[in-house]
Design a binder for this molecule. Structure first.
Ligand code: 7TS
Length: 414
C-alpha cells in the first residue's frame, strides 16, 4: 500500500497523545502500542485531574447533607448528569440513570422493564453478534418466566440479516435488544432500520452502545430508541460508571430494581414511597467521582470533536485492514461494509492466545479470545480471534508495529 496517499485528517495526534500519561511508557522494553481500546480505553490527564480534584475539594455523600461539601459533591454529580444528557441529546436528565456500566444498565432493563411484562411464550429478539451482557440477562428473564429468546442471523461478513430480523418480529415480541456496534467483529448495526421495524410493530428497542459511544456522536431523540446503555471506561473515562438512557414514559412506569437509600422519598414499615426519576433507579451511594470523571471525558472528547475522531479512526481501520489482510495466512473475521475501528483476525497455525503473548513481548496490547461474544465468534468456525481495536490516539506507525509483530508471530510457528 502506498502510505503517502493516505490523507491525514486534521488531528494532531502527537499533541493528543501527550494528554495520556499511560501511553508514554515502555512494556517489555518496547514503547507501548495500546490496541485494546475496545476492552477499555485510556484516560487523559483531564479525566484523572477531574477525579483527583473531586477527591481533594468536593468529596462527601450526595443528595444527603446540608453541609457545604455535600452540596458541592451533589452539584458536581448532577452537573455530570446534565453533561451526559447534552452529550446524548436526551430530552431530560430524568432519562439519564447512572449505573456501574453497560452490563448493569442492561440488567436494570431486564429486571425492571421486561420481567414484569413477560408471560410464557413471549419473545425477546436479539442478534447473533451480541456481547454476553446483551444475551445472558435476557436468557435469565426467559428462564424465570417461560419466555423465549429469538436470535436474528448474520451473514458471512458479520452483517445483520435485516429481512430475517423483520420476519422474527412477531406479536409476541416484547423487546428488541441489539448492539449498536459489535465488539467482536466491529460491525455497525443498522440501528435506524431496527428501531423503525420494531416500532412499526409497537416493540420497544434497547441498544447496547458500549462500542459505539467512543466513535460516533449520539442523539437519543433522532435515534428514537427506548433504552441505550454504555460504559464510561470505553469512552476515555473511569471504570465503574455507566449510563442507562431510558425513554421517560417507560422509566416512569417501571418499578425500582434495587432498594435502598436515595431511591426513596419516605419509608415506613407499612409502605415506602419511591423517589422521582432518575433517582428511583439509583439505590445506594453512587460512583460520584466516576460521574465527575465521565463528564470530564465527555468534555475532552467533545473538545476534539467526534467527527474528527471518526475520520481519523476510519483512516486507521482502512490502513490496518489493508495491511493485516496482506499477511499470508491471516484471515480477517468480520468484514461488514460498515465497521467501527477494530479488526478481529485469525492466523493459520497460531492460536490467538499465542499471538497475544508474542505481541505483548513487543509491547503491543491486543485482546485475544471470544471477546465475551461466543456465538458470534463460533459462527465463523473459530474458537477465538485476536482483536486490535483503535482509538484516536493510535497512529499508522503503531499499526506498522502490529503488522510486523503479527508477521513475526506467524514466522515463529512456520
Ligand atoms: N456490550 C458490548 C458491545 C461490549 O463491548 C461490552 C464490553 C459490554 C457490553 C459490557 O460492558 P461493561 O463495561 O459492562 O463490561 N466489551 C468488552 C470487550 O470487547 N473487551 O472487554 C470488554
Amino acid at each position: 500500500m502506498n502510505r503517502a496517499t493516505l490523507a491525514d485528517p486534521p488531528l494532531d495526534v502527537a499533541r493528543l497523545r501527550a494528554d495520556f500519561p499511560i501511553l508514554a511508557q515502555t512494556i517489555n522494553g518496547r514503547p507501548l502500542v495500546y490496541l485494546d481500546n475496545g476492552a477499555s480505553s485510556q484516560r487523559p490527564r483531564a479525566v484523572i485531574d477531574a477525579e483527583r480534584r473531586y477527591a481533594e475539594e468536593m468529596h462527601a455523600n450526595v443528595h444527603r447533607g446540608v453541609h457545604t461539601l455535600s452540596q458541592r459533591a451533589t452539584d458536581a454529580f448532577e452537573a455530570a448528569r446534565e453533561r451526559v444528557r447534552r452529550f446524548i441529546n436526551a430530552r431530560s436528565i430524568r432519562e439519564v440513570v447512572f449505573t456501574r456500566g453497560t452490563t448493569e444498565s442492561i440488567n436494570l432493563v431486564a429486571n425492571s422493564f421486561l420481567r414484569p411484562r413477560l408471560k410464557p411464550g413471549d419473545e425477546i429478539l436479539i442478534s447473533w453478534l451480541e456481547h454476553h451482557a446483551n444475551i445472558v440477562p435476557w436468557q435469565m428473564a426467559c428462564e424465570a418466566t417461560g419466555a423465549v429468546l429469538k436470535v436474528a442471523p448474520i451473514n458471512r461478513q458479520g452483517e445483520l440479516d435485516l429481512d430475517a430480523f423483520q420476519a422474527l418480529l412477531s406479536d409476541r415480541t416484547k423487546l428488541v435488544a441489539t448492539a449498536h456496534v459489535s465488539n467482536a467483529l466491529g460491525t455497525v448495526m443498522p440501528v435506524r432500520e431496527i428501531v423503525t421495524l420494531a416500532h412499526a410493530r409497537g416493540v420497544p428497542v434497547l441498544l447496547d452502545g458500549a462500542q459505539a459511544v467512543p466513535h460516533f456522536a449520539l442523539d437519543m431523540q433522532a435515534l428514537d430508541c427506548d433504552f441505550y446503555a454504555f460504559s464510561g471506561h470505553k469512552l476515555y473515562g473511569p471504570d465503574g460508571i455507566g449510563v442507562l438512557y431510558g425513554r421517560e414514559s417507560l422509566l416512569e412506569a417501571m418499578p425500582p430494581w434495587q432498594g435502598g437509600g436515595d431511591m426513596i422519598l419516605s419509608v415506613s414499615f407499612t409502605g415506602t414511597t419511591y423517589n422521582q426519576l432518575p433517582f428511583k433507579f439509583e439505590a445506594g451511594t453512587p460512583h460520584m467521582s466516576g460521574a465527575v470523571g465521565l463528564a470530564a471525558a465527555i468534555d475532552y472528547v467533545d473538545g476534539i470533536g467526534l467527527g474528527r475522531i471518526a475520520a481519523w479512526e476510519r483512516m486507521l481501520l482502512d490502513y490496518a485492514s489493508e495491511r493485516l489482510s496482506a499477511i499470508d495466512g491471516l484471515t480477517v473475521i468480520g468484514t461488514a461494509k460498515d465497521k467501527a475501528s477494530l479488526v478481529s483476525f485469525v492466523l493459520d497455525g497460531v492460536h490467538p492466545h499465542d499471538i497475544g503473548t508474542i505481541l505483548d513481548q513487543q509491547g503491543v496490547a491486543i485482546r485475544t479470545g471470544h471477546h465475551c461474544a461466543m456465538p458470534a465468534i463460533e459462527f465463523f468456525g473459530v474458537p477465538a480471534t485476536a482483536r486490535a481495536s483503535f482509538a484516536f490516539y493510535n497512529t499508522r506507525e503503531e499499526i506498522d508495529v502490529l503488522v510486523d509483530a503479527v508477521t513475526a508471530a506467524r514466522d515463529m510457528f512456520r
